[in-house]
Write a protein that binds this ligand. Structure first.
Ligand SMILES: [Zn+2]
Length: 302
C-alpha cells in the first residue's frame, strides 16, 4: 500500500511537471498562431474564449499523459519479475517490487553479505537448517516483519515480539502486498513421524505480483500439498531420512502440477538425493512442468 502510494505520488508529480512545461509552450503557440473562428468572447476586458481554448488544450494534454503513464505502468507490471537467489539447502532470498524476502535464513550474517536487508522473513520450522536465532540477531532485521509458526515464536526472545506474525497451519497474513498462506508440513512414514509432527511447522504459499510461490518446508507428499492449486513456482524438498524420496516428491508434484518446480532441500545424511532422477520423473509424467535446477549447495560439489 505504502509502495503504491509512493508510486502514485511520483507518477502524478511526473505528469504535472510535463503538463506544466508543455502547457506553457502551448499557450504561447495558441496566442501566436491560432486565429479565432468565432468572435472572441470578451467580458470586462477578459478574453474568455482564448482562456477556454487554453484550458481545453491543457485538459487534452493531461489526458494524453495519463494514458501514456498507464502504458508505463503496464510495462512496469510486465517486468514485475521475482528474483530468486538460492543461499543454501532450504535458505533463499526473493526480491520483488523492491521487497526483499528471506526464506529460512540460516548461516549467519556471512551467508547474506551480498543481499539487501530483509523486509520480510519467513521461517518454516524449529530445526537448525530452517531457523537460526544467531542469524536473526547478527543480521540487521530491524525493519523486517518475521512470519513464523508458534513453535518458532516460542524460541525467539521478546526483543523481536513487535516484528513477529505468528501463522499456524491454515492461517494467512498480508504484508507488503504479499499474501502469505501457511500450509501444513509433516511426515507420513511411521519411522519418520518423530521428525515433523503435523501442526508444528509451516510450508508457505506466497501470492505476489499475480504469481503463487510454494515453499514446502520439511514434509512428505501430504494431501495438503497434492491439493494445492494454481502454483507458478514450487520449491519442494526431497531428502531422507527427514522428508521424502524423489519418487514421492515427483508423484506429488505431478498431482498439483505447478508451472515450474525447483527441487531444493535435497541433501540428506549421508547421501544426496538424485535430482536428475527427479527431473526425469517429472519430464516423463508431464512435459509442461518445467524443472529448474538452481545451485543450492555452492560450497559442495553437487
Ligand atoms: Zn530441513
Amino acid at each position: 500500500m505504502i509502495l503504491s502510494l509512493k508510486y502514485l505520488i511520483n507518477r502524478v508529480w511526473f505528469i504535472y511537471a510535463q503538463v506544466f512545461i508543455l502547457d506553457f509552450s502551448i499557450i504561447k503557440f495558441v496566442k501566436k498562431t491560432i486565429q479565432y473562428p468565432v468572435k472572441p468572447l470578451i467580458l470586462k476586458g477578459i478574453d474568455y474564449s482564448r482562456k477556454m481554448k487554453e484550458k481545453i488544450v491543457t485538459i487534452l494534454l493531461f489526458m494524453f499523459f495519463m494514458l501514456s503513464a498507464e502504458n508505463i505502468n503496464g510495462q512496469d507490471e510486465s517486468s514485475n519479475t521475482i528474483k530468486i537467489t538460492p543461499i543454501e539447502h532450504a535458505t533463499a532470498v526473493l526480491e520483488w517490487n523492491n521487497i526483499t524476502i528471506y526464506i529460512d535464513p540460516v548461516g549467519g550474517k556471512k551467508a547474506f553479505e551480498n543481499q539487501k536487508l530483509p523486509d520480510l522473513i519467513l521461517i518454516t520450522d524449529i530445526h537448525g537448517d530452517h531457523f537460526s536465532l544467531e542469524t536473526l540477531q547478527e543480521l540487521d532485521t530491524k525493519k523486517a516483519k518475521i512470519i513464523v509458526p508458534q513453535a518458532v515464536a516460542d524460541k525467539i526472545p521478546d526483543e523481536f515480539t513487535p516484528q513477529i506474525d505468528v501463522l499456524n497451519n491454515g492461517d494467512t497474513k498480508e504484508r507488503y502486498e504479499i499474501q502469505v498462506e501457511a500450509i501444513p508440513m509433516y511426515n507420513l512414514r511411521n519411522e519418520a513421524l518423530k521428525f515433523h509432527k503435523k501442526g508444528r511447522g509451516n510450508g508457505y504459499v506466497l501470492n505476489m505480483g499475480g504469481k503463487r510461490l510454494y515453499f514446502s518446508g520439511d514434509t512428505e507428499d501430504i494431501p495438503e500439498m497434492r491439493a494445492l492449486q494454481n502454483i507458478d513456482k514450487a520449491f519442494v524438498c526431497m531428502n531422507l531420512p527427514y522428508t521424502m524420496t524423489v519418487k514421492s516428491a515427483a508423484d506429488a508434484v505431478l498431482e498439483f502440477e505447478p508451472k515450474e518446480i525447483y527441487p531444493y532441500h535435497y541433501r540428506g545424511r549421508p547421501n544426496v538425493s538424485d535430482v536428475t532422477k527427479f527431473k526425469a520423473l517429472i519430464n516423463d509424467g508431464n512435459s509442461n512442468i518445467k524443472v529448474i535446477q538452481l545451485d543450492w549447495y555452492p560450497q559442495d560439489d553437487f
